[in-house]
Design a protein around this ligand. Sequence first.
Ligand code: 2AM
Length: 187
Amino acid sequence: MYTLTPMRAFFAFKPKPEICLNIESWRRLNWPLLARPVPVANYHMTLAFLGDINEPQLEALIDKTSTLELPSFKLTLDTTGFWSKTGILWLGPSTPPAALNQLAQALGSVASSCQLPVARSQFKPHLTLARRVNPPPGAPLQLPEFSCACSSFALFESSQGKHGVSYHTVAEWALHPSAGKRQLNQS
Ligand code: 2AM
């Protein structure tokens, strides 16, 4: 019997804490007055947004993701952008590595096979720095250059609380330079 209420879920890559803190310092220096910056603890790059999932879908997602064998890669976050419709100010790679697109595509396929279609045409790798930014922010004075080793990714649950949204790691998988994958934990 399945008892879990639907959870809002997504696959994402989180840079290491020290890199997130460097990104936040740079963000504060270059755009000190943003009204709605993303808290540093929430920094992530979405690989596939799933929306609400139920328990059978969660189990299937974890099982199928655990069969993936995908390589680790390096990512350089060296460009910024602004989407005026949502007011999203973001940081991302000017040249996304092929392995990043491959990972997002593989997770999109896993999601589709669990009846959770992900719009692949919309994949634009980015880390959201602030939301509902208005007026449009200027260009940063210091160009970003943050190198990240992407050696794992996770399935997150997004929860809305009194103090805003928070993300909880549901399951995490390793990526390896050459062979295979290893599931790190599951809660
Ligand atoms: P973002 O990647 O632009 O920041 C959890 O909600 C994460 O999934 C957020 O990072 C969010 O936006 C991303 N996301 C992608 N598509 C979404 C959608 N249709 N609704 C909500 N969040 C979405």
